[in-house]
Design a binder for this molecule. Structure first.
Ligand code: FAE
Length: 533
């Protein structure tokens, strides 16, 4: 498509936005509330409502472009019979898992006993998506991963950035786009004085003591949780949320999910509509440089209730690393998007995630009250290739356990490929590929155990199983920047298609990923708006 043609496409879209605006605020609000109609035409269609999608929607709308966001998960704006939108980590119900009849908790044993339980099949908020060698946890719903994650909002150390995104100008990122992302997300750090005194972070202070006695740098980690709200939770003046174990299946109060930040701002422009319980199944070129997008509307049992075909001038893939990779690999292999290049599906990594617990002595309790929001970590990246979050075990009872999620420099990368016989996309990650992560995590915890005279917990991931090495929370890659796309996320071979989520990042961010996903999206959309509109 020529520049002129692409500009015409966007102007047509902007024109329809002006038409809606001329009808007044009520028409705009009605447009925002209604799901997308069969046969509709939109200027910009965004697949997914996580970090990348939310940044794209807000910035496009601010530039005057009408945006429709398509989200396969639920809206998560209506309380259930118990008055709560989300269920508690300790009492998973129909709201917890995406289309499963039994929970699949990341930490699935306690004292050696399995803790998973039966639940009704429902479009719940957490997807435990199983591939041959790994279970990939992802958020489902308006807000994507921000609905279920710990909110740890970490900017990588500048000296590590070249390994994270080698083709991106680090000066621009650290001077402009990381600050913009942190501001947009509402990132803040715990009050250090409160940290020293609150019972809710005794587990973190024990984690710090053990790290420092073994000579490891201990760092506070910023978060998007409202820290003042958490203080009020402790004081008993507001409804408890982080201090009541709300996290993995959604947080009802203090966490600033995307619904409260980027998406709230995007909706306030009047130009952004969202269709929840709608899943994109196909994108293919149409006449006039546009794209035909096929969307299945589903009910809360996951059954398709309608199939809609719409057209869009621009399509932004923001379905997350797994969602975007699966779509692109299938659409290339089945001929819908034949010009995508051979890099599509490659470069996928697990951010080196591995979990473990340590058994503390009886005189080192970690506390029965544990804030579900982590606030600190142990940095052994340069010496041992591991950054370990001191994570909570918010069971409500004293466990004498210290629990950690390590992010490691695991070099293994997997590839998504189309399995025509089975009609699905496979990922060739091997379970044994976690061994480098275990070895790197051991550079921290073997030393701490030796110093403290303690041992690993063997009862949290099975019977006599030390390592939580079967999963990741941080899928990254599959449509890597400057390989499957150009250096700003434009998919090669199909002008008007963009990738703007975690699939751009080649497998590792050295720390928790969403700040980098957000900052990269801010960088790319600024360029796309300036040059492609
Ligand atoms: P993401 O947020 O996953 O959004 C993609 C959206 O697209 C989802 O809402 C999907 O439902 C939707 N979607 C997928 N396919 C389709 C389709 N075909 N049609 C329509 N919609 C579709 O993508 N990261 C941190 O930095 N700090 C943390 O503390 C942290 N904790 C985590 C804890 C848990 C339990 C989990 C699961 C993740 C955690 N993460 C954390 C990772 C973080 O949430 C993740 O990297 C980002 O959410 C990825 O952002 P994307 O925009 O790539």
């Amino acid at each position: 498509m020529s520049d002129n043609l692409s500009r015409r496409g966007f102007i047509a879209g902007a024109g329809s936005a002006l038409g809606v605006a001329a009808l007044g605020v009520r028409a705009t609000a009605a447009q925002a509330a209604a799901p997308i109609a069969d046969g509709a035409h939109v200027a910009a269609l965004v697949i997914g409502t996580g970090y990348g999608g939310s940044v794209a929607a807000l910035r496009l709308a601010q530039a005057g472009v009408d945006v429709h966001m398509i989200e396969m998960g639920m809206a998560w704006d209506t309380p259930g019979a118990d008055g709560k939108i989300f269920c508690n980590t300790r009492e998973p119900d129909y709201r917890s898992y995406w289309l499963r009849t039994r929970t699949k908790a990341p930490l699935n044993y306690f004292l050696g006993f399995p803790i998973d339980r039966d639940i009704p099949r429902h479009t719940g908020v957490l997807d435990a998506e199983e591939f041959g060698g790994i279970t990939v946890y992802q958020g489902r719903g308006v807000g994507g991963g921000s609905l279920v994650n710990g909110g740890m909002a970490v900017t990588p150390k500048r000296e590590n950035f070249a390994a994270v995104l080698p083709s991106v100008n680090a000066d621009e990122m650290y001077n402009v786009f990381y600050p913009r992302a942190n501001a947009g997300l509402g990132v803040a750090t715990i009050d250090p004085a409160w940290f020293e005194t609150t019972a809710a972070y005794q587990y973190a202070r024990v984690g710090r003591k053990h790290a420092q006695r073994s000579g490891f740098p201990f760092v506070f980690v910023p978060d998007v949780y409202d820290w003042d709200y958490m203080k009020q939770e402790e004081a008993g003046t507001v409804t408890k949320s982080a201090l009541a174990g709300e996290i993995l299946y959604g947080n009802n109060h203090g966490k600033k999910s995307l619904q409260k930040t980027y998406l709230a701002q995007a909706k306030a422009t009047g130009r952004v509509a969202i269709s929840p319980l709608h899943k994109v199944t196909s994108v293919a070129p149409a006449a006039g440089g546009r794209y035909t997008v096929v969307i299945e509307q589903i009910n809360t049992s996951g059954n398709t209730t309608a199939t809609k075909t719409v057209t869009a001038d621009r399509v932004f893939f923001a379905a997350g690393s797994v969602g975007t990779s699966k779509l692109l690999v299938r659409l290339k292999a089945t001929g819908a998007l034949p010009n995508l290049n051979g890099e599509v599906g490659k470069g996928w990594g697990d951010n080196g995630n591995v979990m473990c617990g340590r058994a503390n002595h009886m005189w080192d309790p970690t506390g029965s009250l544990q804030s579900a929001i982590p606030c600190c970590g142990i940095d052994n990246w340069s010496a041992g290739g591991a950054f370990a979050e001191v994570a909570p075990l918010p069971t409500g009872i004293e466990t004498f356990a210290s629990f950690y999620l390590s992010i490691t420099k695991n070099p293994n990368r997997a590839q998504f490929s189309w399995n025509a016989a089975a009609g699905k996309v496979d990922l060739n990650w091997q379970a044994a590929w976690k061994q480098p992560s275990i070895d790197m995590a051991k550079t921290i915890f073997d030393k701490i155990n030796a110093k403290e005279g303690t041992i690993y917990r063997t009862d949290l991931f099975g019977v006599y199983k030390i390592w939580g090495d079967h999963l990741t929370y941080h899928p990254l890659g599959g449509a890597v920047l400057n390989k499957a796309t150009d250096n700003y996320g434009r998919l090669t071979g199909h002008p008007g298609l963009y990738v703007i989520d975690g699939s751009l990042i080649p497998g590792n961010t050295t720390v928790n990923p969403f700040v980098t996903i957000t900052a990269l999206a801010e960088r790319n959309i600024e360029r796309i708006i300036a040059t492609d509109l």
